[in-house]
Design a protein around this ligand. Structure first.
Ligand code: PLP
Length: 369
């Protein structure tokens, strides 16, 4: 009895990223904290990927799909929505490829405020759309892409008292930087390399800011090389110009003109990292590998990290760039969102279950006994 009670108390100890990292966030004692206990996501050691990269390498997966609404967006949204509530009654709006709207809708519901989302018609995964709808957001699908939707919400928020909660909202970046704090707290320093998908480029901006802050106050000794990956059909930063009609199955990064373009390039250059691209085929291969070899189900955009990791490994990048062949080198891949967001893609990617007669003989024949 006593034992059960104490473990129950322990489970109540974690209260989300604002509570845990408030020293490093733009909040005060007067900020009403709207939280769904986001953050504190696992950093999973990947035996499979570590072996591929080679001896002396450790690959970890930061499984951000385990946030309350299934993506890292929750880290930024808790701060953005709490600040809206601090500043007075308000409404929020965002343009979204899906996950921002799911997160904004959930946190706005928890805060009791209005949420409006603009999505590209027909281009967002069903799981994400269902989230925005069930949380009670006003969902408007436009006949355009993400970049068109973002331009519209910028125009609306310039004229009306509605707060924009896309990642150009600086509070989003502040909240999202807590993911790099968690990685450093867990590894007791920064990793040597961090690999991640790049869409609107808010997240790479946030991670880099987090690492630099931890280094600045002496909590870590070094900084990682930031390795960002775009999908080949939506790779404006790699190509050096906006892409008018971005195309990729990784809908969360189907973005042709990233809002934080400049900051992403700064993260790349200051860290001596790179921003490169991978094909949809490489993304889907990594997507299947993560699920079948590591037991981790992510949405396609998240698999971009691992597709990038494998592309670089194939070129011998890590062996060339690692500080010393004698030391353990740590690589963290950010897995930004959960696989259940986009179940259609999973089913399309694998063989459908075979239908047989409902008898023992038929089943045994199929399973090879
Ligand atoms: C938002 C998102 C991204 C891209 O992040 P940016 O900050 O836009 O670069 C990648 N993966 C998933 C699952 C996302 O939801």
């Amino acid at each position: 009895m006593k034992k059960a009670q104490s473990s129950k108390l322990k489970a109540q100890n974690y209260n989300g990223v604002i509570d845990r990292y408030k020293k490093y966030l733009p909040v005060t004692d007067r900020t009403p904290v709207i939280t769904l206990k986001e953050g504190n996501t696992p950093l999973i050691y990947s035996k499979f990927l570590s072996k591929i990269i080679g001896a002396n390498f450790e690959v970890y997966l930061k499984y951000e799909g385990l946030n309350p609404t299934g993506s890292f967006k929750d880290r930024g949204m808790t701060v953005a929505i709490s600040k809206v509530c601090e500043e007075g009654p308000g409404a929020v709006i965002c343009a979204s490829t899906g996950n921002t709207s799911a997160s904004a809708a959930a946190y706005a519901a928890a805060a009791g405020i209005k949420c409006i989302v603009l999505i590209p018609s027909g281009a967002i995964a069903l799981g994400k759309l269902s989230q925005a709808l069930i949380h009670g957001a006003v969902v408007i699908a436009i006949n355009g892409n993400f970049d068109d939707a973002l331009n519209l919400v910028k125009e609306i928020t310039a004229k009306y008292p509605i707060t924009l909660v896309n990642s150009i909202n600086p509070y989003r970046i502040e909240g999202q930087k807590t993911a790099s704090f968690e990685i450093c707290d867990y590894l007791e320093d920064s990793p040597e390399f961090q690999v991640m998908p790049v869409g609107n480029a808010g997240n790479i901006t946030a991670y880099w800011k987090g690492y630099k802050e931890y280094k600045g106050i002496g909590l870590i000794k070094k900084l990682p090389k930031m390795l960002g990956f775009q999908a080949a059909g939506a790779a404006p930063i790699v190509k050096g110009h906006p892409i008018k009609y971005p195309k990729t199955i990784a809908t969360a990064i189907r973005i042709g003109n990233p809002a934080s373009w400049k900051q992403a390039e700064e993260a790349r250059d200051e860290s001596e990292g790179l921003i490169d691209m991978v094909s949809d085929k490489q993304i889907l291969e990594a997507y299947k590998l993560l699920a079948t070899k590591d037991g981790v189900f992510v949405e396609p955009a998240s698999a971009t990290s691992v597709a990038g990791l494998l592309k670089l490994a194939h070129k011998g990048y890590f062996k060339l760039q690692a500080p010393s062949s004698k030391l353990q080198t740590k690589i963290v891949c950010i897995l930004t969102g959960h696989g259940l967001k986009d179940p259609d893609r999973a089913i399309e990617t694998v063989k459908k279950p075979k239908v047989v007669k409902a008898n023992l003989k038929a089943v045994l024949r199929e399973i090879g006994y």
